[in-house]
Design a protein around this ligand. Structure first.
Ligand code: FAD
Length: 468
């Protein structure tokens, strides 16, 4: 008896093209899966630009039968590279957003960005739990936890999910919610694509039309004063205030405000879910830390929340990684200052984000999101551009190493950095051994042939994410 050989990519492309409405492209077609992080270079057998949930379901079913694995990408802000033997589903065309103002929910397609959800919710005075960069995909962000600019007030985005429509590893389209499939509902929120390709999700919206929010930009010459003031101030804040502080070396781009162009700066990001008067009083101690180069903190429409962090929007090659900090003593701030001293490192940005508040509370419906008890989150980003590209990955690690004494050794899924055993170990540490074992056990049942493994962290070929 001869074993059936898997179809060639060309034969698989022909089979898929007959079944799906979206485009089926060769994996080596330049730009077939271009995304935000241009350092991610995919080399799948095929790229399928899905135009409907049915396209996603057909692709997973056919690819799985053909012995291929299936990866997914929306905006490419965080996708690991899809390699040979993989079919990459691009969901960007599934970008529908509908708002139910009475139920205070939005139903969001897998390809929609947060800005699309913000814009759809704003006319109703409602707010989704978007991330700092509104160009990030709402679904990918949410499945990875979702630590946003108002997170201390409302918690992780994953905890605001009501239901998900999902293509399972065998190509079935199912609704997953606390009643219909509680274990998969728990796992998808935090465990992500390992438990299905989401075609849409329904999330809670919050009655917030405006924030008192923005950024205080200081020259790095006053970094020590500002960082220590930020630490003292941040540790006193109520849950209505979320904040982070970043050391940035900005390029001399004309798109940046003139006072910031080409400068080494400290950027205090703040969002108060309060009246403008209350917000001004809360921010006053930070405002008086030193004379800012630029002060954009004020009354802000919620839909403009991207202005708080002012993250880059154009595609770029980045190396980045985050780790959770168990505490934030004075010594940690000193180490951060040393690690990010101007001229010392080619890292573009290092950020300390205050956690606590609603992030530390148990969600209404439990989820697999880890890291709830951390005091702060450290995020380091470098741009892999000449002449420093080769130095950047080591420089990112160097900042993390200097903060090691206060690190939990764990990472949130959305900030895990380059995929691999080290990222798996850190993500596993964040989720914790019990939840990690529960995820691995569920995945063994829901995806025994590891069709969805390229996007997963819970069942590596060697036998599992580091749950120990
Ligand atoms: C500039 C910038 C700012 C960021 N800010 C924040 C922030 O404030 N808070 C935060 O928590 N994170 C933040 N992130 C991280 C971001 O949330 C993750 O990279 C997230 O995975 C991006 O999702 P995406 O769909 O846009 O990206 P993609 O690269 O398209 O997808 C990333 C991953 O998401 C999963 N995924 C995407 N779509 C689906 C789907 N339909 N079904 C199942 N799984 C899917 C897959 O695992 C995929 O590999 C930021 C990233 C960048 C680059």
């Amino acid at each position: 008896m001869t074993a059936t050989r898997p179809p060639t990519p060309a034969a698989l492309a022909a089979e898929l093209a007959a079944l799906v409405d979206g485009e089926v492209l060769p994996g080596d077609r330049p730009g077939a899966a271009a995304g935000f992080n241009v350092a991610t270079v995919h080399s799948p057998d095929l790229v399928v630009h899905a135009s409907s949930a049915a396209d996603v379901a057909a692709t997973v079913a056919v690819a799985g039968r053909a012995g291929r694995r299936v990866a997914v990408q929306a905006t490419g802000h965080g996708a690991p590279a899809a390699g040979p033997g993989t079919v990459l589903v691009v969901t960007r065309a599934l970008d529908g957003v509908t708002v139910d103002p009475a139920a205070r929910t939005a139903t969001v397609g897998a390809g929609a960005t947060w800005q699309q959800v913000l814009d759809a919710a704003a006319p109703h005075g409602l707010a989704p739990l978007a991330g700092s960069a509104p160009g990030v995909g709402a679904v990918g962000y949410t499945l990875g936890g979702g630590l946003g600019p108002v997170a201390r007030t409302f918690g992780f985005a994953a905890d605001a999910v009501r239901s998900l429509t999902v293509v399972t590893a065998d190509g079935e389209l199912v609704v997953v919610d606390p009643a219909a499939n509680p274990e998969r509902f728990w796992a998808l929120r935090g465990g992500g694509a390992a438990f299905g390709l989401v075609t849409s999700m329904t999330v809670d919206l919050f009655p917030v039309a405006r924030l008192y929010a923005g950024g205080l930009w200081f020259t790095a010459e006053v970094a020590r004063t500002v960082l220590h003031r930020w630490r003292e101030w941040a540790l006193t804040l109520p849950d209505t205030v979320s904040t982070s502080v970043a050391r940035l070396d900005l390029p001399p781009l004309p798109s940046l405000p003139e006072p910031l162009r080409g400068r080494s700066v400290v950027h205090v990001r703040v969002a108060c879910v309060t009246t403008a008067e209350e917000g001004a009083a809360l921010v006053a101690p930070m405002r008086s830390a030193a004379t800012p180069l630029l002060d954009t903190v004020g009354d802000l429409p919620y839909a403009a929340l991207g202005a708080i962090h002012a993250d880059p929007v154009d595609p770029m090659p980045v190396a980045e990684r985050g780790e959770l900090l168990r505490e934030l003593p004075v010594e940690a701030v000193e180490a951060f200052l040393t690690a990010t001293a101007p001229g010392r490192s080619p890292v573009m940005m290092a950020e300390l984000r205050l956690m606590g508040g609603a992030l530390a509370r148990r969600p209404r419906v439990p989820s697999a999101v880890g890291g709830r008890t951390a005091a702060a989150h450290l995020h380091v980003v470098g741009v892999l551009a000449p002449p420093v590209a080769a130095l950047v990955p080591g420089a990112v690690e160097d900042v993390l190493d200097r903060m090691r004494p206060w690190s939990t050794g764990a990472s949130l899924v959305n900030f895990a950095g380059t995929p691999g055993p080290d990222a798996d170990r850190r993500v596993g540490a964040g989720v914790g051994p019990d939840a990690c074992a529960r995820l691995a056990a569920l995945q063994a049942v829901t995806d025994p042939s590891a069709v969805l493994t390229p996007a997963a962290r819970w069942t590596a070929p060697a036998g599992g994410a580091s749950c120990a």
